[in-house]
Design a protein around this ligand. Structure first.
Ligand SMILES: Cc1cc2nc3c(=O)[nH]c(=O)nc-3n(C[C@H](O)[C@H](O)[C@H](O)COP(=O)(O)OP(=O)(O)OC[C@H]3O[C@@H](n4cnc5c(N)ncnc54)[C@H](O)[C@@H]3O)c2cc1C
Length: 440
């Protein structure tokens, strides 16, 4: 359903509510009112978002969602705790997920992609996140380099990297953060120097890089224009560095609070020699590319957060029905019921928000605002739901024999990576203030 105000809709509205005739003066008056309303609606449409949504999955999508749900139930949930404790990378699960076509949804079909559109891919990924976000996000993070390749890659780069990702369960790493600069992307120090023969030399260190040792290719943001006057939007370039390139060094696996089987490492570059074919997109386009990749990725982080929150709710409901205190199931107590209700409110809201952001992306709308809202809301909901689930479990919630303490640890990362929730709130505020100024 569209809310665009057409003249015929308006005329129906006018005759229904005002029972007006067609005298000249009343027509002039009504015309003015029409213009006011129409401009208001147009204003709302331009500055807000289209309002015709339909998130009902097609039968084919529903089949994929069901496949992902069943796969998660049978293959991820039973082993998630084992991987969490060992910290081993879940190669076997990823191989199976890939063979079922449940990863790398960004790959266009001409490069072997499964042809699932963005909104549907979010619904599918929520199911994987329900099982274990360390595992689901290891796969989902391919999207950062992946979408950059799709949008900016040359035919040869797409052919090489996207086809490989489609054919083999494999990884990319997106290397932006450094020991001295995370939120402040413009402050990063990795540098790329162009030689007289139009080659590049890369030097610097990246920190907290997901899929740091499992990736076949590293998508690296580096400063390529060293003039302090050059604005960030023009100063950075993205480079593709293949694993095994001399000078590329992979650091030790980080021991993290949550999402522990994910492979997070520092990556350093010491005089790494690159040809001009290693440049992704154009020289100077790297900052814009990075922001675009984050916009694409934030609804994906959100759907994984919602998956985690839904799991927390389901576990809490189940436990509250089984656990008795003072002679009755704790689900009978309003204090517990309100926790469950608040989780459900958050989950439904966060799910709709990520779907709206996904829908906007799929329809080529500007999604920075919606993507940041979706990411932030879902991260908060995941953290609140997991913490409340621990509370519903009481002492058992604090123990690794039960599933919810892992959820609480895993959830925390959604407050941090892909842009912290503080930075997201800055982005959200900046966007709404900009919109308000445009209106003046
Ligand atoms: C497990 C894991 C995996 C990751 N994977 C990747 C990856 O694959 N690729 C990659 O490039 N990065 C990755 N990151 C890095 C992640 O994106 C950054 O940690 C994150 O962006 C925050 O940067 P920082 O750690 O440098 O924190 P800082 O930027 O130092 O921020 C510290 C604190 O200050 C706050 N803060 C900073 N600036 C402001 C401000 N202006 N106003 C208010 N508050 C502010 C932040 O919100 C935060 O709370 C990963 C991180 C982790 C932990």
């Amino acid at each position: 359903m569209s809310f665009a105000l057409s003249r015929s809709v308006f005329n129906g509205f006018r005759s229904h509510f005002f029972h007006l005739g067609t005298s000249k003066s009343s027509d002039q008056c009504i015309n003015k009112w029409y213009q006011h309303c129409a401009s208001h609606f147009i204003f709302k449409q331009q500055r807000s978002f289209s309002t015709s949504f339909d998130f009902k999955p097609s039968p084919e999508t529903q089949e994929m969602v069901d496949l992902a749900r069943n796969f998660t139930r049978d293959n991820i949930i039973p082993v998630a705790s084992k991987y969490d404790q060992s910290g081993d990378f879940p190669v076997e699960i990823i191989n199976k997920t890939h063979s079922l076509g449940l990863m790398n949804f960004f790959i266009p079909t001409e490069y072997g992609g499964v042809g699932v559109d963005y909104v549907d891919s979010l619904l599918i990924q929520e199911q994987l996140g329900y099982g274990c976000t360390a595992i689901s996000m290891a796969m989902a993070l391919n999207g950062l380099a992946g979408i950059s390749l799709v949008n900016y890659g040359s035919a040869a780069q797409k052919d090489k990297y996207l086809t490989h990702l489609a054919n083999k369960p494999s990884f990319t790493a997106f290397c932006v953060t450094e020991p001295g600069a995370g939120s402040d992307v413009a402050g990063l120090k990795t540098r790329a120097d162009r030689t007289s023969t139009n080659e590049w030399i890369l030097n610097g260190e990246k920190a907290w890089i997901s899929n740091g040792s499992t990736a076949n290719v590293y998508c690296v943001l580096a400063r390529s224009d060293h003039s302090p006057e050059t604005k960030p939007a023009k100063a950075f370039t993205m480079f593709l560095v293949d694993k095994g390139t001399p000078g590329l060094k992979i650091g030790k696996k980080e021991e993290n609070l949550g999402q522990r089987c994910a492979d997070t490492r520092s990556i350093s570059f010491e005089n790494v020699k690159l040809t001009s074919e290693s440049v992704l997109g154009k020289v100077g386009e790297g900052f814009k590319m990075t922001m675009g990749a984050f916009d694409y990725q934030r609804p994906i982080l959100a759907c994984n957060s919602v998956g985690l929150a839904q799991r927390a709710l389901d576990e809490a409901v189940k436990y509250s029905l089984e656990r008795k205190a003072f002679g009755q199931p704790i689900s009978n107590y309003q204090a517990i019921q309100f926790k469950l209700a608040n989780m459900a409110i958050g989950i439904e809201s966060a799910r709709l928000t990520y779907l709206k952001a996904g829908w906007a992306y799929q329809n080529n709308e500007q999604i920075t605002l919606l993507a940041s809202i979706a990411k932030t809301l879902a991260a908060d909901v995941a953290n609140q739901s997991a913490a409340e689930a621990v509370q519903v479990f009481g002492g058992a919630g604090f123990n690794s024999e039960y599933p919810v303490e892992k959820l609480m640890r895993d959830a925390k990362l959604f407050h941090i990576y892909g842009g912290t929730v503080e930075i997201q709130r800055m982005v959200i505020a900046r966007e709404i203030i900009k919109q308000a100024k445009d209106k003046l």
